[in-house]
Write a protein that binds this ligand. Structure first.
Ligand SMILES: NC(=O)c1ccc[n+]([C@@H]2O[C@H](COP(=O)([O-])OP(=O)(O)OC[C@H]3O[C@@H](n4cnc5c(N)ncnc54)[C@H](O)[C@@H]3O)[C@@H](O)[C@H]2O)c1
Length: 254
């Protein structure tokens, strides 16, 4: 039985990925800030045995406690997907120009997206040290913004996702000897609550302002990110590590 821990799993891309991995036969621990939301998300997954857990990915002790709880209730986590993230610490929709970014905003976004991913990856690697993990997988979540500079998102978010991209390559090198692959998914605009924060008032019911810049002519679906997660977790992806999988409708081709 493979045990997956998914941070940010109570909403959006994390939830869609939890649903997909549960359908693939994994047992899933959904870890999110709000334990009630995590528990009800876990209860909605197909199959048996899934659990919801509280986690604040910015907090070292909370990350450790979530892994402890998953291990006690389910067994050792061998698949980690780091979806917890924020676009901004502010509720004002739309892109924040760099000149308007406060230190508090910069620090908060870096804490959740960069430090949060680091703490979860580190915890997994610490627990797996000294043994070989069968089909071990870590999936981190960057963004097109971290590759190209944000279009609808600002400097703090883009920089935090650049950090995730670099961290993941380091982790891929270090985890290889443990049998764990580490790969990053870099989504373009995907239809979730987060994307809707990029649309400032006055733009009607648009979900994304830059749809005309997407070669495939639409925004993506959470299920399309979940399908990428499913592939990276599958046995067939065992020789793929240190990769960045672009799921962006063709907005970045390389
Ligand atoms: N939606 C997109 O277009 C898009 C594009 C590129 C990258 N991403 C990335 O995908 C990931 C998921 O985004 P989403 O669109 O599903 O967003 P979302 O807002 O729907 O979900 C994010 C989840 O993370 C959780 N979270 C936030 N801070 C946390 C913390 N400190 N500890 C634990 N959980 C925390 C939230 O409670 C929420 O459940 C994020 O890392 C985001 O940056 C999304």
């Amino acid at each position: 039985m493979r045990i997956a821990l998914i941070t940010g799993g109570a909403s959006g891309l994390g939830l869609a990925s939890a649903q997909r991995l549960a359908a693939d036969g994994l047992v899933v621990a959904i870890a999110d800030l709000n334990p009630d939301k995590a528990a009800s998300a876990a209860a909605s997954l197909p199959g048996q045995g899934h659990i919801g857990l509280a986690i604040d990915v910015t907090d070292e002790a909370s990350v450790r406690a979530a892994f402890d709880a998953a291990q006690q209730r389910l067994g050792p986590v061998t698949v980690l997907a780091c979806f917890a993230g924020i676009l901004s610490s502010q509720s004002v929709p739309g892109r924040l120009p760099t000149v308007d970014i406060t230190i508090a905003e910069w620090d908060r976004v870096m804490q959740v997206n960069a430090r949060g991913t680091f703490l979860c990856v580190r915890e997994m690697l610490r627990r797996c040290a000294g043994r070989t993990v069968e089909q071990g997988r870590i999936i981190t979540v960057a963004s097109l913004a971290g590759q190209m500079g944000g279009m609808q998102s600002g400097a703090a978010y883009s920089a935090s996702k650049g950090a995730v991209l670099a961290l993941s390559k380091v982790a891929a090198r270090e985890a290889a000897s443990l049998g764990i692959t580490v790969n990053t998914i870099a989504p373009g605009p995907i239809d979730t609550p987060m994307l809707q924060q990029t649309v400032a008032p006055g733009h009607g019911d648009q979900k994304y302002l830059g749809t005309s810049q997407v070669p495939l002519g639409r925004i993506g679906l959470p299920e399309e990110i979940a399908a990428a997660v499913s592939y990276l977790v599958s046995p067939g992806a065992g020789f793929v590590t240190g990769a960045t999988l672009d799921v962006n409708g063709g907005m970045l081709m390389r």
